[in-house]
Design a protein around this ligand. Structure first.
Ligand SMILES: NC(=O)c1ccc[n+]([C@@H]2O[C@H](COP(=O)([O-])OP(=O)(O)OC[C@H]3O[C@@H](n4cnc5c(N)ncnc54)[C@H](O)[C@@H]3O)[C@@H](O)[C@H]2O)c1
Length: 330
């Protein structure tokens, strides 16, 4: 079986991917800087079955050493600064990790024997939609936040390395993920935690913005389909078709927890807030036979239950978040 080098494997989605990789029998090497968003606890169930390097992907020498030592067959590149609000406060770490880090990984991959480089992008690279329409893999990129601009740069770099150097790159553009182990700065865990503490729940604008919610295990599963059956040089959208307004997501969590809607507090909208994203996923469905399995109603229940059962982990994370929340929502 192929040997995987997984960047960002201690993050929310990367760790789900690593847990599935180990279960499938892949030899797995994880490279992660362990920023505020990275946490080895997410990998505790597979810790003795992976090789872990605490490394910054912008550190060319160290990445070169890891490539040479581990000789991976496939690179799955999840590592990134991933939170839009933080990119509005300071874009610099986003350009460093997402643009420079991706370029370092791609550049060094040219001199290695890898058979595939899976470059994880996002639906946010396409920009925003109105009430109607969908993004296709052929839709021009039109990012609106420093985060999505940095991800679009990384996406384009991957495709440029395919075209220019024949590097076997495949590009993946998933929609909004949710599920266990998500750092409690993103919408769904924020709502769960604030509701549990009976604190006001901040919702941007009027809560009308629409996102397409993909359960994290489905996202990882899509990437395995792409590794096993995908075509080099191609782009694959990965979405669930389950679009929800933010306000409806918040309402469903409050209902599950039996908390009142009066906890909702509308706050000043995020600058440049994209109204809606929606992915057309015909290509991955028809060509690779992948489809999201988890319906939103089931996934959100599982997610709420996970947070209830892992409240200690969350409390530890919350200690580091207080100051940040004050900056973002003030
Ligand atoms: N979360 C989503 O809804 C979503 C949707 C579409 C695409 N994505 C993309 O999927 C990937 C994973 O997202 P996530 O939500 O799991 O993010 P995350 O923030 O939870 O995890 C990112 C991981 O990358 C690591 N990292 C950051 N900078 C690094 C660096 N310079 N060197 C090495 N490691 C570094 C962090 O320590 C962390 O473990 C990202 O590329 C993100 O852009 C996420």
């Amino acid at each position: 079986m192929a040997k995987l080098l997984v960047t960002g494997g201690a993050g929310f989605i990367g760790s789900e991917f690593v847990r599935q990789a180990v279960e499938k029998g892949y030899e797995t090497v994880v490279v992660d800087k362990l920023t505020y968003a990275g946490d080895l606890e997410r990998l505790s169930s597979v810790g003795d079955k992976i090789n872990f390097y605490k490394a910054d992907i912008t550190n060319r020498e160290f990445v070169e050493y890891i490539y040479k030592k581990e000789k991976p067959d496939i690179v799955v590149h999840w590592a990134a600064e991933s939170h839009v609000d933080r990119s509005i406060l300071d874009a610099t770490p986003f350009i460093d990790a997402n643009v420079k880090g991706t370029q370092v990984l791609l550049d060094l991959a040219k001199n290695s024997d890898i058979s595939l480089f899976v470059n994880i992008a996002t639906d946010e690279v396409y920009g925003e939609l109105g009430e109607r329409g969908q993004f296709y893999e052929t839709t021009p990129l039109n990012p609106n936040s420093p985060y999505s601009a940095s991800k679009a740069s990384a996406d384009m770099l991957g495709r440029a390395y395919y075209r220019t150097f024949n590097l076997p790159v495949v590009t993946v553009r998933p929609s909004n993920n949710y599920g266990p182990w998500q750092y409690p700065e993103k919408l769904i865990p924020v709502v769960i935690l604030k509701a549990l503490k009976n604190e006001p729940i901040p919702v941007y604008g009027t809560g009308e913005n629409v996102r397409e919610w993909l359960y994290v295990s489905d996202c990882a599963d899509a990437v395995f389909h792409i590794i096993e059956k995908g075509k080099v040089g191609e782009i694959y959208n990965v979405g669930s078709g389950q679009e929800k307004r933010n306000i409806d997501v918040v309402t469903s969590i409050l209902q599950i927890l039996g908390k009142p809607q009066s906890l909702i507090q509308f706050v000043k909208d995020r600058p440049g807030h994209d109204f809606r994203y929606s992915l057309n996923v015909d290509k991955i469905k028809k060509e690779l036979g992948w489809e999201a399995k988890v319906k939103f109603e089931e996934g959100i229940r599982k997610t709420v239950n996970w947070y209830l059962n892992n409240i200690d982990w969350v409390e530890r994370k919350l200690k580091t978040l207080k100051e940040y929340w004050e900056k973002v929502y003030s």
